[in-house]
Design a protein around this ligand. Structure first.
Ligand code: PMP
Length: 392
C-alpha cells in the first residue's frame, strides 16, 4: 500500500528544531523556535496557570465529554477579551489550538464559498499556505514587508489588496503574529479594513500573541475595529503563546455573521469530523484566569514582564548592530513588536551563521528575539555583522 509514497518534510521550523537538538556544540544559540523563553532558556508555566490548574484539580468532578463546540463559558470569556463584550451575532467553536481554528475557518469557507480566493501576506507562517492548499482552496499572496529596508510596504499592501473580490477571504495577522514583527499602524489597519469593506471581502484574523505588544485588551484593537465595521469576520484565537499553554492545544474559531446560528451548526459538523470533541483542560484554565480578578491580574503582570524583556532584547540587538556596522539599518527592530523579526539575510548567510557560528534561525532570516539575551547578544551581533559586511 505505501510503496508509492515518498517521504515528506514538515515545515522548515520543525526541521530546524531537530537540527538544533542534534548539534553537539555547547555554545549553540537557538533563534528559531517560536516559543517564549526566559533568558535561561526555560519556558515556565505562568503562575496564574498553575493556580487555575490547582483549583481545577480540587474542584473538577468529571472528565466526561463537554460538547462538540467546547464549553460555552470558554467562548464567552475569550469573546469578552477579544471584543470587549461577546457580540450577539457570534458563532464559536473550540478547536485544537489556533492552527486548527485556522483550518476550521478555511474549511467553513470551502463549504460556503468553494471558489473564494484566500489572500495570504507574502511573509507569513508556512502553514497558512499549507492549509489553504490542503483544503483545495485557491490562494494568492499580497505584499507585506519591503525586505531590504525591513519595513512594511504600505503602498504595496493596499495596491495588492485592492484586487480582492467579494467573498474572498483575507488572512490578517493580529498583533505580533506576523513573523516579520512589522505590524500595521492604526492608519494602515483602518485602510486595510476599508478596502475589505469596499470590496465585500472577509478577514480571517489569526490571533495568537495578544499581550505581546501592549495589554491583551489593547492588542485586540484591530479585531474590535473589524467587528465594528464589517458584516462578516473570521477570527482564529490561540491560547498557546499568551497563556503559555502550548501543548494543551487551546484554540477557538469565531465567526461574526448575521447567520451565526447556521454557521455554528457547520462548525459543529467540522469539529465532529476532525476530532469530535476539542481538548478541554487548557480551555478551562484560560476561562478560570479570565474570570477571576486575581488570576487575571497575575497573568497580565507576567505577560507585561515578557513584553518588557522582549523590548529590551530589541533595543540591545539594535544597539549592538549599530555599533558593529556603523549603520542604523537595524534600528527598525525597536519600532517593531513581539517575538519575531525578519532580517535581510539570504539562505547562504543563514546557513553560514548556523554552520560556522552555531546560531540557528529560520532559512528566510527570521529570528525569535527571546533568544537574544545579555549573554548571547554580543556573539549574535558580531556574527550578523560579519555576514552583513559580506553582502556585497
Ligand atoms: N496560526 C498559525 C498559522 C500557526 O502556524 C500557529 C502555530 N505557530 C498558530 C496560529 C498558533 O499556534 P497553536 O496552533 O499552537 O495554537
Amino acid at each position: 500500500m505505501f510503496e508509492t509514497l515518498t517521504a515528506r518534510t514538515t515545515d522548515s521550523i520543525l526541521t530546524l528544531m531537530q537540527a538544533f537538538r542534534d548539534d553537539p556544540r555547547d555554545d549553540k544559540i537557538d533563534l528559531g523556535v517560536g516559543i517564549w523563553r526566559e533568558p535561561d532558556g526555560t519556558t515556565p508555566v505562568f503562575k496564574a496557570v498553575k493556580a487555575a490548574e490547582q483549583h481545577l484539580w480540587r474542584t473538577q468532578e468529571t472528565k466526561a465529554y463537554v460538547g462538540m463546540l467546547g464549553d460555552s463559558a470558554f467562548h464567552t470569556a475569550v469573546a469578552q477579551l477579544l471584543f470587549g463584550q461577546a457580540p450577539q451575532r457570534m458563532a464559536a467553536a473550540a478547536t485544537v489550538g489556533g492552527t486548527s481554528a485556522v483550518r476550521q475557518l478555511l474549511a467553513l469557507t470551502r463549504v460556503a464559498r468553494p471558489d473564494a480566493t484566500i489572500w495570504i501576506p507574502r511573509q507569513t507562517w508556512p502553514n497558512h499556505w499549507a492549509l489553504a492548499q490542503d483544503l483545495g482552496l485557491s490562494a494568492q499572496p499580497y505584499a507585506w514587508l519591503d525586505r531590504a529596508a525591513c519595513v512594511l510596504d504600505r503602498d504595496a499592501v493596499l495596491r495588492d489588496l485592492s484586487g480582492v473580490q467579494a467573498g474572498d477571504v483575507v488572512i490578517l495577522h493580529a498583533c505580533c503574529h506576523n513573523p516579520t514583527g512589522a505590524d500595521p499602524d492604526p492608519d494602515l489597519q483602518a485602510a486595510i479594513l476599508n478596502v475589505l469593506q469596499r470590496n465585500g471581502a472577509v478577514p480571517l484574523i489569526d490571533a495568537a500573541y495578544l499581550g505581546f505588544a501592549d495589554t491583551p485588551e489593547a492588542d485586540a484593537g484591530w479585531i474590535r475595529q473589524a467587528a465594528a465595521c464589517l458584516p462578516e469576520v473570521l477570527i482564529a484565537f490561540s491560547g498557546s503563546k499568551s497563556f503559555g499553554l502550548y501543548r494543551e492545544r487551546v484554540g477557538l474559531a469565531f465567526v461574526l455573521s448575521d447567520h451565526a446560528g447556521v454557521v455554528q451548526s457547520h462548525l459543529a459538523v467540522l469539529n465532529r469530523m476532525d476530532f469530535t470533541f476539542p481538548p478541554d483542560h487548557g480551555a478551562r484554565v484560560v476561562t478560570e484566569i479570565l474570570n477571576d480578578a486575581d488570576l487575571r491580574r497575575s497573568w497580565t503582570e507576567e505577560l507585561g514582564s515578557i513584553r518588557g524583556t522582549l523590548r529590551t532584547s530589541r533595543q540591545r540587538l539594535a544597539q549592538a548592530l549599530r555599533a558593529e556596522l556603523q549603520s542604523d539599518l537595524f534600528d527598525v527592530l525597536t519600532d517593531q513588536v513581539g517575538m519575531f523579526a525578519l532580517l535581510p539575510l539570504d539562505e547562504t548567510r543563514v546557513a553560514h551563521l548556523r554552520e560556522v557560528h552555531g546560531i540557528y534561525m529560520v532559512g528566510d532570516g527570521r529570528i525569535n528575539l527571546a533568544g537574544v539575551t545579555e549573554e548571547t547578544c554580543p556573539r549574535i551581533a558580531s556574527a550578523l555583522a560579519e555576514v552583513m559586511r559580506g553582502r556585497g
